[in-house]
Design a protein around this ligand. Structure first.
Ligand SMILES: Cc1cc2nc3c(=O)[nH]c(=O)nc-3n(C[C@H](O)[C@H](O)[C@H](O)COP(=O)(O)O)c2cc1C
Length: 170
């Protein structure tokens, strides 16, 4: 199958999560294009889509939300999975704007959403970003669990192999 891995990332941490998932899907025989959402004009030609975003101040990045809006009809017509990466100190699912994710899942008819822990390196942040994180409790460091990402991607491959058209939550 041809799969689009669309990943919105400011500081590359989420992009690398997409790369790990894409590698697993490739090893399972799929052709995977990883793109920034702003570079995706259409999802035509893809059999399935994975759309992910870093979470900033409790929201997906605008480029990911805009892709979901721009390609809503195309996304509804094919299997879609969503993922987020963030560093919320409370369980990520509860912190990362669950209403926004719930609405996206419904609008796109997506098969599921997964939250992964992210990476925070103060040295690469803009002045404004540093000011925002200074007020929060986010722990600096790389908290990404790439083994969990790879296992999730295996689950996606299993779900596609089992029934490419079914809406199965993973
Ligand atoms: C200014 C700022 C705001 C953030 N807001 C949130 C947030 O609301 N929820 C969350 O879970 N993580 C938040 N994070 C953590 C990022 O989601 C995390 O660092 C992520 O891995 C960044 O991904 P990226 O490297 O792909 O940009 C924030 C980080 C920064 C710098």
């Amino acid at each position: 199958m041809r799969i689009l891995m669309a990943v919105a990332s400011r500081h590359h941490g989420t992009w690398e999560i997409g790369e790990v998932a894409a590698d697993v899907l490739r090893r399972r025989g799929h052709e995977v294009d990883q793109r920034a959402p702003e570079d995706v004009a259409s999802v035509d030609g893809y059999d399935a889509v994975v759309l992910g975003s870093a979470v900033y101040t409790a929201h997906w990045l605008p480029a990911a939300r805009e892709l979901a809006r721009r390609c809503e009809d195309g996304l509804r017509a094919r299997p879609v999975w969503l993922f987020s990466s963030g560093l919320a100190t409370q369980p990520a699912n509860a912190a990362n704007s669950p209403l926004e994710i719930r609405a996206l899942l419904d609008r796109l008819g997506a098969r599921g959403h997964r939250s992964f822990r992210g990476r925070l390196d103060r040295a690469v942040l803009s002045f404004a970003e540093r000011a925002i994180v200074a007020g929060g409790r986010a722990r600096e460091g790389d908290h990404r669990d790439m083994a969990a990402v790879a296992a999730w991607a295996q689950d996606l491959a299993d779900a596609l192999a089992a029934d490419p058209a079914a809406r199965v939550a993973v």
